[in-house]
Design a protein around this ligand. Structure first.
Ligand SMILES: *Cc1c(COP(=O)(O)O)cnc(C)c1O
Length: 389
């Protein structure tokens, strides 16, 4: 039974009492390392625009010229009359970029995940998920109607014990780079487990694409894994690519099946063609400008060395996602607020986004940050976290 309207105030109060209340900040500037928040300029350490492309001049100008050609709205779903030459070209370029037969655009990553899992699975099948998977993967698994099993984080032995008992079609799903922890899924071992049990493997590499691999091909590129090792790759365009939307890449048969059966593909309006053109421009930068990845590595390294010297508890992440686990909800909110007062935007991440008792500051870096920014953040963290040590 859901809540009656009259109970909502109590429910809201209880959310607030647990330190779980969520509020929005109103931003009046483009995305970048500086943001205008409520009229104040702050240094931004919580964006997923890792490569600093969201407001890049060539991405912005590709968007503007495409608006002149296509206008704003796409008019309908892809299968009606919304699939433009811009979308089509981007799909071909994403297929080539990921080394796969084909790619298919979705309007968001959330919808891509729901769409794939519902198209491929049903009652009598089984889905296996890492405990720390993104909410959209968990929801996709639940919505698919398949038997739903979670395995301990990155624990392939535990996964194998579930796989042994399963029947029907099997799908293993994992984040590539874990969104709230920043560590890497053990993809080579997962791929072996999948092959041994005749299961499909699906990787959501929202946080690896653009950031890892010599040309930004992501975690699969980093590990040297191909379409035969990981048949289903999902990527988002709103993070490393700096634009909006998502795609799934894989075999001809996979993509055709999604076009026929993925309801979140069929029954939604195509993203604007101008967003596709902007993404084509950003894809060129992702591939060509490896200095952005090198810079991210340097900044991350500098931060993790500095944070350890300060005695802050980091996780074992080498990605630009560097969480500092605090534990208590209210405490992490207080620290985040103290940082904001000092001019640093670092978001507080709380349950259910992360497990109970593991509330954290999620620090992320952008290729546009400089070493002085990292150093000033470390100073601010030293002061804001003083009470913890
Ligand atoms: C952001 C994210 C998504 C959702 O992508 P959107 O395009 O923002 O809907 C899916 N999976 C992971 C791991 C993400 O981080």
């Amino acid at each position: 039974m859901t809540l009656a309207f009259s109970q909502l105030p109590n429910e809201l109060e209880s959310i607030a009492n647990q330190g779980l209340y969520r509020t929005r900040r109103v931003i009046s500037s483009p995305q970048g390392i500086y943001l205008q928040v409520d009229g104040k300029t702050v240094l931004n350490f919580c964006s997923n625009d890792y490569l600093g492309l969201a407001n890049h001049p060539s991405v912005v100008s590709a968007f503007k010229s495409a608006v002149d050609q296509y206008g704003v709205g796409s008019g309908s779903a892809h299968l009606i009359c919304g699939h433009s030459a811009a979308h089509h070209a981007l799909e071909e370029e994403l297929a080539e970029f990921t080394g796969r037969d084909r790619a298919l655009l979705f309007s968001t990553g959330y919808m891509a995940n729901l769409g794939v899992m519902s198209a491929l699975l049903g009652r009598g099948d089984a889905v296996f998920e890492d405990r720390l998977n993104h909410a959209s993967l968990l929801d996709g698994g639940l919505m698919s109607g398949a038997t739903f099993k979670r395995y301990r984080h990155s624990d392939v032995e535990h996964l194998n014990s579930h796989l042994k008992k399963a029947s029907g079609q099997k799908l293993i799903v994992t984040d590539g780079v874990f969104s709230m922890d920043g560590d890497f899924a053990p993809l080579p071992a997962l791929s072996i487990a999948a092959k041994a049990h005749d299961a499909w493997l699906m990787v959501d590499d929202a946080h690896g694409l653009g950031v890892l691999g010599a040309q930004g091909g992501g975690l699969l590129d980093y590990y040297g894994l191909k379409q035969t090792d990981v048949p289903i790759l999902m990527g988002t365009l709103g993070k490393g690519f700096g634009t909006f939307g998502a795609f799934v890449a894989g075999s001809e048969d996979l993509i055709e099946t999604l076009i026929q059966k993925a309801r979140t593909y069929i029954y939604t309006t195509a993203l604007p063609a101008a967003v596709a053109e902007a993404t084509r421009a950003s894809l060129k930068l992702v591939i060509a400008e490896s200095w952005r990845r090198d810079k991210l590595k340097q900044l991350t390294e500098r931060f993790s060395v500095g944070a350890k010297q300060l005695g802050l508890q980091l996780m074992s992440s080498t990605s630009p996602i560097q969480p500092i686990v605090i534990g208590e909800n209210q405490q992490v909110l207080d620290i985040s607020q103290a940082l904001l007062n000092a001019g640093f935007l670092v978001s507080a991440i709380r349950p259910p986004t992360v497990p109970q008792g593991s509330s954290r500051l999620r620090v992320t870096f952008s290729a546009l940050h400089e070493e002085v920014h990292v150093d000033s953040l470390l100073d601010a963290l030293d002061k804001a976290c003083a009470g913890l040590r």
